[in-house]
Every structure is written in structure tokens, then in C-alpha cells.
Design a protein around this ligand. Structure first.
Ligand SMILES: Nc1ncnc2c1ncn2[C@@H]1O[C@H](COP(=O)(O)OP(=O)(O)OP(=O)(O)O)[C@@H](O)[C@H]1O
Length: 291
């Protein structure tokens, strides 16, 4: 269970982890609730447009899913929101900072990011609790960094909240894929980010692992003190209950975006994936199949 009333209880927040966000002044003109503000953004690489004229706004209390087929530009959009790349054309603000005009190193400490590329860099010999704790220093692999006991208490609390607390002493390389994914999310939450970006967190999981992860993400989504969430996936079945908005991408173009239930229609998804799909809603979950 998540701590009641707060995403992280007093034991593991505030006094023990100083979030850099407190020290970052917010310009009066910037809407403090607007976590991501992308306006007319095109991203080009090697002559190709990976994203084309995208407008997208994410507010603090929103939980977004970004859906699309392989090569649609989902990871590019996530890397933009994560301050990993700049727009070729257009303007993007993340947490009130304009990309290209701000110190990205400082900005990135305010964003939790979990991607396959980052996961590949985690040493298999690393103790699980150290995989989480090293996020405080934006490194993978514990070397000579000094952590205070508060960091470790917080890391263990996050592992517990993601249901893998008992694995804290294990070597990362001995974990199952599902366990690793949950450790990666705990790591992304270590710095108490204002924005959490998850790139295909359920990829490679079996049905049980996926459902366990979806349940954990649903708990996170329902917590008013959790950061703004953006989750990239190929599958509507992986959308956790409590997610509020969706953006559909195809070939770098936004096919549709807005409230989840308005966007996840048969027409929109068929257009996004380029085949005729039947989409069904069962309570707060979705399924899609050809038809
Ligand atoms: N640096 C680059 N130079 C040229 N093309 C690139 C570069 N980075 C990405 N691309 C291309 O941009 C397109 C979008 O890539 P991106 O990784 O954003 O897609 P995606 O929707 O996340 O795909 P997937 O679901 O397969 O992970 C792909 O066709 C990819 O090959």
C-alpha cells in the first residue's frame, strides 16, 4: 500500500531528500501547474522529421499515456519532455524551463526517467538498493559516492512501495524482468521528481508481471502527491487505471490527444496503428484487437 494521504510519508521525504525544485524560482509568467508545454515542435534528425509540429501540454495532476506503433516518435517525445533533446523548430518548456535556454543538468534532476537505454547501463553486480540510491547522484554503479542513511531509508521505502522491498540486498542481475522494471521505477522516483517519464515499463513482462506493474502504477496514478506521469506504450491493455489523458502518435504526427476516454476510440486507434481495430473498455481497463 502507498502511504495514506501522501505519496511519500514524512519519514522519507523533505528532511532527508532535498529536492532541487524548492530552490528553482518559477517565472511569474509560467503556469506553475504546467509541467510540459510543447508548442509547434518539430524534431529533425538526418533529414527526417521524428516529430512534426507537435503541441502538447501536461499539467501537474495529469497522468498521460503516449501510444503509437514502432517508430512513431514516442521515445523522441519522451526524451524531449525529459530534457534530453531540443526542438529543431518550435518552443518547449519543461517544469517552467525553456529547452535550449536552461541548464539541462539541473533540470534533469527534477525529472524521473525510466527507459530501456538507462536500464541497460545498470551493472548486474549492483545491490538492488544501490541501484535506487545512486539516482540521487544521477549515476549508475556505486563507486565512491557518499550517501547518508536517509537516502538508503528512502530507497528501501520506494522499493517497498513498488512491492520489491524484500529484494533490496539482491544483485540486480539476479532479478526477473518484472522485478527489474519495478526497481527501475523506484530509481526514477528516488529524487522526488516533479515529472515521471516511463518508456514502455511493461515491455517484456509476462501477464502476471504486467498486471502487477499496472496495479502499482494505478496506485501511483491515484496518489495526489505523485508527480505528473507520462507513460509510453504500444498496448492499450497496459494503461493503468487512473490515467487521465492520451496522446496518439503516428509517423511523428499527433493523431489525437485529450481525455483518455475521448481519445481511445476505434477510429483514432485504427488510424494510429494503420489497421482496423476494435477497442473495448472494461471498467477502467481497455483492450484492442483487429476487427
Ligand atoms: N538520431 C536519429 N537519427 C535518425 N533517425 C532517428 C534518430 N533517432 C530516432 N530516429 C528515428 O525516428 C523514428 C522515431 O523514433 P522513436 O524512437 O521516437 O520511435 P518510437 O515510437 O519510440 O518507436 P518504438 O516503439 O519502436 O520504440 C524512428 O523511425 C527512428 O528510427
Amino acid at each position: 500500500m502507498w502511504p495514506t494521504g501522501a505519496w511519500l510519508d514524512g519519514l522519507v521525504t523533505g528532511a532527508l531528500i532535498s529536492g532541487p525544485s524548492d530552490a528553482t524560482p518559477t517565472p511569474a509568467s509560467v503556469d506553475a501547474d504546467l509541467v510540459v508545454n510543447v508548442e509547434g515542435v518539430t524534431v529533425r534528425r538526418a533529414g527526417a522529421a521524428l516529430l512534426c509540429d507537435v503541441d502538447w501540454q501536461v499539467e501537474l495532476d495529469e497522468r498521460w499515456v503516449v501510444l503509437g506503433p514502432n517508430g512513431a516518435g514516442k521515445t523522441t517525445l519522451l526524451n524531449l519532455a525529459g530534457g534530453r533533446l531540443h526542438p529543431t523548430v518550435g518552443v518547449a518548456h519543461v517544469l517552467g524551463e525553456q529547452l535550449g535556454r536552461t541548464d539541462l543538468t539541473e533540470l534533469r534532476t527534477r525529472i524521473g526517467l525510466s527507459t530501456a537505454a538507462l536500464a541497460e547501463r545498470i551493472p548486474t553486480e549492483e545491490r538492488v538498493v544501490d541501484v535506487v540510491v545512486t539516482a540521487s547522484w544521477s549515476v549508475v554503479g556505486r563507486f565512491r559516492e557518499e550517501y547518508d542513511s536517509g537516502d538508503e531509508i528512502r530507497a528501501r521505502a520506494l522499493l517497498g512501495q513498488l512491492g520489491v522491498g524484500e529484494l533490496a540486498e539482491r544483485r540486480y542481475g539476479t532479478l526477473s524482468e518484472g522485478e527489474r522494471k519495478r526497481v527501475q521505477i523506484a530509481r526514477a522516483l528516488m529524487t522526488d521528481p516533479e515529472l515521471l517519464l516511463l518508456d514502455e515499463p511493461a515491455a517484456g513482462l509476462d501477464l502476471g508481471g504486467r498486471e502487477e506493474l499496472v496495479a502499482r502504477l494505478a496506485e501511483l496514478a491515484s496518489d495526489p502527491d505523485a508527480p505528473a506521469l507520462v507513460l509510453v506504450t504500444h498496448h492499450v491493455e497496459e494503461i493503468p487505471p487512473g490515467f487521465t489523458h492520451a496522446l496518439l502518435l503516428r509517423d511523428g504526427d499527433v493523431v489525437a490527444q485529450g481525455l483518455l476516454n475521448d481519445v481511445l476510440t476505434r477510429d483514432n486507434l485504427s488510424k494510429t496503428f494503420g489497421l482496423s481495430l476494435v477497442v473495448e473498455r472494461h471498467g477502467d481497463r481497455y483492450t484492442a484487437r483487429a476487427g
